[in-house]
Design a protein around this ligand. Structure first.
Ligand SMILES: [Zn+2]
Length: 398
């Protein structure tokens, strides 16, 4: 009970009451992650198909390390676009929808790739294969996604699964078109060798990518002061564990690198995205309060930059905070720029956000850098130099 109460109190801590009632609640369509209503998503919900899962599933398929042709084949199979006898009958190409190999059932995608005795004989040799429920409870797509997300026994199983699907189809076509040379006599031995060969090739490819990356010229990234008359606002978020305490922080610096002020805040338990947007909002509030006329917001999340710069983008979950940010950015009397910066150039904000994680509640604002972040300052100062950044009081303590 105590832990539960603590978790709830942390979750509540990530919310702040709106300071004015200008921002009202917005309707949010749960059928899509964008929060916007579409007829297609409504239709999928009526059909009891989970549209959110579907989006994530497709991404999962394209991310699997496997030859592209095999991924495209699996995608076609899931769309029921393979020219099986059942599909050929529907199109009037044949009048026999049955499997010509076992002649016991209609030849559809599920039969070809899973339930035909020819297929089950193969799957049984692979310990990781989940055969799923036999007909009439057959659900090809459920079986497919179960196998594609199973790495418990064998890390490379999703890749092997796609390879086996590909050859099951290829060998069937070998029988139909009398191209028996395509069909090995020892299918299991062939599949094991093929999987090994493809996995090794993919591993080699990844190694080459890594070595070409390390051969690239390295550039030292650091923080540079903005043009004359501008102030830079760097913000970031950090978390201790997942889930764990979340903190946000930010720093405002002038065109000579001078420290205007910094802030750090505990965000309770919330997502990194929420914490990052709130950090920008807080930084903008502080800048506005200090009557700064030109602010350049620099953050290391390109997603966030896109959300704030492009008014046509929409993030339902954080719509209210984004609206407050956009409203502030477009207010008259000041100029605000937003851009992405590398993580290395945002190190001070990251250190402040980490300090925010340790706060119990509330926000702390300082107009000079505390000794705890001096190390991070030394790494990122770049052309500014330490003297430009620290005031005399702190320098004496170094
Ligand atoms: Zn069959």
């Amino acid at each position: 009970m105590g832990n539960e109460f603590y978790a709830i109190s942390k979750w509540i801590a990530s919310f702040e009451l709106a300071s004015d009632n200008k921002f009202r609640d917005l309707p949010f369509w749960r059928g899509l992650s964008s929060g916007r209503f579409t007829l297609k998503s409504a239709l999928l919900i009526i059909r009891n198909e989970d549209v959110l899962d579907k989006e994530a599933h497709w991404l999962q398929l394209w991310r699997i390390k496997a030859p592209q042709k095999m991924k495209v084949f699996a995608w076609l199979a899931l769309q029921d676009s393979l020219m099986t006898n059942l599909n050929r009958t529907r199109r009037g190409f044949t009048d026999n929808p049955f499997c010509a190999i076992c002649v016991t059932d209609y030849e559809d995608v599920d039969h070809v790739l899973r339930t035909c005795p020819r297929a089950t004989a193969i799957w049984r040799h692979f310990a990781s294969a989940k055969l799923g429920q036999p007909r009439p409870n057959a659900d090809f797509s459920r079986w497919f996604w179960q196998n594609l997300s199973d790495t418990k026994h064998e890390e490379s199983w999703p890749t092997m699964f796609l390879i086996i699907l590909w050859y099951l189809w290829k060998w069937r076509n070998g029988v139909y078109f009398a191209r028996y040379a395509l069909i090995p006599s020892d299918k299991i031995g062939f599949l094991r060798a093929k999987c090994k060969e493809i996995l090794q090739a993919l591993c080699h490819e990844a190694q080459q990518d890594r070595s070409s990356e390390s051969a690239r010229q390295e550039t030292l990234i650091h923080w540079d002061p903005p043009p004359t008359g501008w102030m830079v606002l760097n913000t970031d978020s950090a978390s201790k564990g997942n889930p764990g305490a979340v903190g946000s922080g930010g720093v405002l610096r002038g065109d000579k690198g001078e420290w205007i002020c910094d802030f750090r805040k505990s965000m309770g338990n919330c997502s990194a995205m929420k914490s990052e947007i709130k950090a920008i909002l807080r930084g903008l509030w502080i800048a506005k309060d200090k009557d700064i006329k030109r602010v350049w917001v620099q953050v290391d999340s390109s997603t966030l930059v896109g959300l704030l710069k492009d008014d046509s983008t929409y993030c339902a979950e954080h719509a209210s905070i984004i609206r407050q940010c956009r409203d502030l950015i477009h207010q008259e009397g000041w100029e605000v720029r937003i851009s992405h910066c590398y993580r290395e150039a945002n190190k001070v904000a990251d250190a402040l956000a980490n300090m925010g994680c340790n706060f119990t509640s509330g926000v702390a604002i300082y107009d000079f850098p505390l000794p705890e972040i001096r190390e991070d300052l030394l790494i990122v100062l770049g052309s500014v130099g330490l003297e430009g950044c620290l005031n005399n009081k702190i320098l004496l303590g170094l």
